[in-house]
Design a protein around this ligand. Structure first.
Ligand SMILES: C[S@@+](CC[C@H](N)C(=O)[O-])C[C@H]1O[C@@H](n2cnc3c(N)ncnc32)[C@H](O)[C@@H]1O
Length: 401
C-alpha cells in the first residue's frame, strides 16, 4: 500500500491522478487535493489503476453522496464531487482537449445546467432472477438497486413495480430492461425466452412493451412533449436523455440559425432539431441511418405542421456529397464523431456555418482539427446533460474563415 499520496488532478473520466515514482496512477473516487492511501489494482504500461483505501485529507471538492449504491454501481462516476466543481471539471476537460488536440485556446465557456438529480428519461438495467441494476465497474456483476436518483421519478416508480414482478417470478429469463419515461412510458425487455407478458403488464403499468424490439403490448410509438412540440418515437430511435437540458440546447441551436437559411441537419434521429428550428429556416434536410427514426421524423414533421423539411434515410457519409446550396450544417453525431469522408463532404458543401453538437470532447476536438483550416470557432456553450457522470454535451458554432 502507498500512504499519504496527494491527488494532483482529474483525468477525462473524472478519476483522480496521482504520481508515484514518476508513473501516473488513475484513482477512481478521488479528487484534486485529496491525500489518500492507495493500492495498485492494475498495472498498465503507461499508467496504473489505483484503488482508494483511506482518505487522509479530504479535498474541498468532496461531498457525501445521496446514492446508497454509488461506490459499487458503475452508473455514475463523479457524484462524490460538489456540483459546482463538477461543472468546472467539465469546462476544463473541454478546454484542455481543444488545446491539446487542436492547439486552439478557449479562455472560458458558459455551461447550462438544471436539476442534478431525477433528470434521466431513459435507462437500461441488467437483470438476473430478482436482481436488477447497473453493472459494477469493470465487471459483469449486477448491483441490485431499489432506486436510481439520477433517473426520473417515473422511472423510479417503474423500478419498484418491476422489482415486485421479479420477486414474484424469479424464473423470468430477462437479461435487460430498458425504461423510457416521456409523456408515455415505453419498456423493452431483452430475453432469449420470455413468456410472462401478461404477468409483467399486471405488475408494471406502461404504454408500450417491446420484447427484443418486437411490440408485444400497447402502442408501437411513445408520445413525447417537448416545449411546444410533440414527437412520436419508435423503440429503437434515439431521443435526448435529459429533456430539460435538451430544450435549452435546442434553443441555443435555434438562436444560432440565420433567418431564411437552408439547413442540413446531420445525424437527425427523429428529426427533433430540424423540426425545432424549421420555422426560422427556409428549408431543412435531415439525414439519419436508422430507417425507423426517419419514418418517425417524417411523421413528426406532419404532426407539428412543418412543411419545409425533408429527410434522407442512410449514412451521412453516403448521402451528402451531392447536396449543395446549404447555409448551415448542424451535426449531432454519436460518440465516435464524424466520419472522415463526411467531414470532407461538409468542407466541399462549404456552408457559412457549422453547428457541432457533441457528447464527446475528444472526437469533437479531433473533428475540429480537421475543419480548422476552413472554419473558426465563433462561439461555444456546454450543457450538463448528465450530472454526476463525466459526460458533457457541447455546442460549438463554427464560421467559415
Ligand atoms: C446523438 S444522436 C442525435 C439525434 C438527434 N440529433 C437528436 O437531437 O435527438 C446521433 C444519431 O446519429 C445516428 N447515426 C449514427 N451514425 C450515423 C451515420 N453514420 N449516418 C447517419 N446517422 C447516424 C444515430 O442513429 C442517432 O440517431
Amino acid at each position: 500500500m502507498y500512504k499519504n499520496i496527494k491527488i494532483i488532478n482529474q483525468n477525462n473520466e473524472g478519476e483522480g491522478i496521482a504520481k508515484i515514482n514518476n508513473k501516473v496512477i488513475f484513482v477512481p473516487y478521488t479528487l484534486k487535493n485529496d491525500v489518500v492511501d492507495l493500492e495498485i489494482a492494475k498495472n498498465n504500461k503507461k499508467y496504473d489503476i489505483g484503488k482508494l483505501i483511506n482518505i487522509i485529507i479530504s479535498s474541498e471538492e468532496r461531498r457525501n453522496v445521496m446514492c446508497p449504491y454509488y461506490y459499487n454501481c458503475g452508473g455514475c462516476n463523479i457524484m462524490h464531487q460538489l456540483y459546482n466543481y463538477q461543472l468546472e471539471f467539465k469546462k476544463n476537460k473541454i478546454i484542455n482537449n481543444l488545446k491539446h488536440i487542436t492547439n486552439i485556446d478557449i479562455d472560458n465557456i458558459d455551461i447550462e445546467y438544471d436539476d442534478e438529480y431525477y433528470y434521466r428519461n431513459h435507462i437500461t438495467l441488467s437483470v438476473k432472477g430478482n436482481i436488477i441494476g447497473f453493472l459494477k465497474r469493470n465487471s459483469n456483476d449486477i448491483v441490485d438497486i431499489d432506486k436510481c436518483i439520477i433517473s426520473s421519478k417515473i422511472i423510479n416508480d417503474k423500478i419498484n413495480e418491476i422489482k415486485i414482478f421479479l420477486n414474484k417470478y424469479k424464473d423470468n429469463n430477462i437479461n435487460k430492461i430498458s425504461i423510457k419515461s416521456y409523456k408515455e412510458i415505453l419498456i423493452e425487455i431483452e430475453s432469449n425466452k420470455f413468456s410472462l407478458k401478461d404477468e409483467f403488464i399486471k405488475y408494471v403499468k406502461c404504454d408500450s412493451l417491446y420484447l427484443n424490439n418486437k411490440l408485444i403490448y400497447g402502442k408501437d410509438k411513445a408520445d413525447i412533449d417537448f416545449g411546444k412540440y410533440k414527437f412520436k418515437i419508435s423503440n429503437k430511435s434515439f431521443f435526448q436523455k435529459n429533456t430539460n437540458i435538451a430544450l435549452k440546447l435546442y434553443d441555443y441551436i435555434k438562436d444560432n440559425i440565420d433567418l431564411n437559411s437552408n439547413v442540413l441537419d446531420l445525424y437527425c434521429g427523429i428529426g427533433s432539431i430540424g423540426i425545432y428550428i424549421a420555422n426560422k429556416a427556409k428549408s431543412v434536410i435531415g439525414v439519419e441511418i436508422i430507417d425507423d427514426a426517419v419514418k418517425d421524423a417524417k411523421n413528426n414533421a406532419i404532426l407539428n405542421n412543418i412543411n419545409n423539411i425533408e429527410f434522407i434515410s442512410g449514412k451521412v457519409e453516403d448521402n451528402i456529397s451531392n447536396i449543395n446550396n446549404i447555409d448551415t450544417i448542424i451535426v449531432d453525431p454519436p460518440r465516435v464523431g464524424i466520419n472522415k469522408k463526411a467531414i470532407n463532404d461538409i468542407i466541399k458543401i462549404n456552408p457559412n456555418k457549422i453547428i457541432y453538437v457533441s457528447c464527446n470532447s475528444t472526437t469533437l476536438a479531433r473533428d475540429i482539427n480537421h475543419l480548422k483550416e476552413h472554419y473558426i470557432i465563433k462561439k461555444m456553450k456546454l450543457f450538463d446533460m448528465f450530472p454526476n457522470t463525466y459526460h458533457c454535451e457541447s455546442v460549438c458554432v463554427l464560421e467559415r474563415r
